[in-house]
Write a protein that binds this ligand. Structure first.
Ligand code: FAD
Length: 108
């Protein structure tokens, strides 16, 4: 399917920019730091266990993508998220196609 009105975003660059802006506002980013468990007290999550030790916290936002369901299960929450395998086909654009004409999408 050729979709001339489709566009694209460099997700990596966009994420980097958002992180940079958030850091300027005081956000602390810990890359490569896996969360391995939750610390609870009085029915609340009060901290995270990570590869770099424990981090105390008042609130947690769980945004682990397809891993979120498994992580939520650690604290007894059954997230209504269902993972399934999908297929993707990656093709090489024929020689001669300009960048503007590379907006070709195939979806079954
Ligand atoms: C091949 C492919 C192509 C796609 N193309 C498009 C597209 O063209 N347009 C579009 O809109 N969407 C596309 N998507 C979908 C899009 O990528 C997802 O919808 C989106 O990334 C989901 O964002 P998220 O933040 O919820 O999860 P994710 O992007 O999966 O982010 C979850 C993050 O949590 C981290 N994490 C997981 N477990 C832990 C842990 N224990 N400790 C610490 N961190 C952890 C992961 O490392 C990851 O960085 C595509 C997906 C795939 C697989």
């Amino acid at each position: 399917m050729y979709a001339p009105s489709e566009g694209w975003v460099d997700a990596f660059a966009m994420t980097r920019t958002l992180v940079k802006e958030a850091q300027a506002l005081g956000l602390r980013v810990m890359e490569g730091t896996k969360v391995t468990g939750f610390e609870r007290s009085g029915g609340r999550i009060v901290g995270l266990q990570t590869w770099r030790g424990s981090i105390a916290c008042g609130e947690v936002i769980l945004a682990a993508g397809c891993v979120s369901k498994a992580m939520a299960a650690h604290v007894g929450v059954d997230l209504p998220v269902h993972n399934f395998l999908a297929r993707a086909t990656v093709l090489t654009a024929p020689e001669g196609l300009t960048k503007e004409r590379r907006n070709v999408i195939f979806s079954p």
